[in-house]
Design a protein around this ligand. Structure first.
Ligand SMILES: [Zn+2]
Length: 234
């Protein structure tokens, strides 16, 4: 292990950065699962709503059909009465009644057609939705499986990096470590290493004075984002 305290800080910062990237990788995998889950839930909810609507329409259709059946029986009864009646007056009266009831039956039958059409197209839509739902379930299962793999792989890597970090931490200059730890509470990467002449995070251009300081392996505070800037050791 390199005993140079500055080199130790560089290693520590790079380890933290690597850990952060791995955590982000894990979060992205989790986000994909959440999205797949949301899509699945939305489809399930839509299916439930359509299913309930279809059920209501079928109940409505059945009740109209029953009413038509009842009316048709009534017509038959009255027709029998017409056939057996000996009173012309009664026959006229019954026939008037039959005409009136037949109109009601026709009106209900008319109501039935659009209702059955709605039920039929609703059922077709539900069937298509069922296929979509199966696909969404497959996607969800796959992403969940992938996310588990990512998590396992990333967790293993993180454990290794944490062990390395624990080993390197005592080698860092305590003052630097204290400042770094304090600043990390507010910003994820408070120490950045400069390759050119500007802050790699906010692109603040270093003055020639600052460039001279940084070349001497000394710390410069970015005047724009207040991160600590060090020259990378090659
Ligand atoms: Zn900056």
């Amino acid at each position: 292990m390199n005993q140079n305290p500055f080199q130790a800080l560089v290693t520590l910062v790079e380890l933290d950065h690597a850990i952060e990237l791995l955590i982000n990788e894990k979060k992205s995998a989790e986000k994909i699962v959440v999205q797949a889950q949301k899509h699945l839930t939305a489809l399930e909810e839509e299916k439930q709503i359509l299913h309930n609507r279809s059920k209501e329409k079928k109940i409505q259709a059945r009740s109209i059909e029953q009413e038509i059946g009842r009316i048709d029986q009534e017509i038959q009864k009255k027709q029998q009465l017409v056939d057996t009646s000996r009173s012309a007056k009664e026959v006229t009266l019954l026939r008037d009644e039959i005409v009136f009831i037949e109109k009601e039956s026709a009106r209900l039958t008319e109501q039935m057609f659009p209702l059955w059409e709605e039920i039929e197209s609703g059922d077709k839509f539900l069937q298509a939705l069922g296929v979509q739902l199966q696909e969404a379930q497959k996607v969800y299962n796959t992403t969940l499986e992938e996310q588990k793999h990512v998590q396992e792989r990333v967790d293993e890597k993180i454990t290794i990096l944490h062990d390395k970090r624990t080993a390197v931490e005592p080698l860092v200059n305590p003052e630097m470590l204290h400042e770094y730890t304090r600043m990390r509470k507010t910003v994820a990467n408070p120490i950045v290493f400069v390759d050119g002449n500007s802050c790699p995070v906010c692109f603040y251009l270093l003055s020639s004075n600052e460039q001279t300081i940084i070349r001497r392996q000394a710390r410069v505070i970015c005047q724009n984002c207040y991160r600590f800037l060090y020259k990378r050791l090659i």
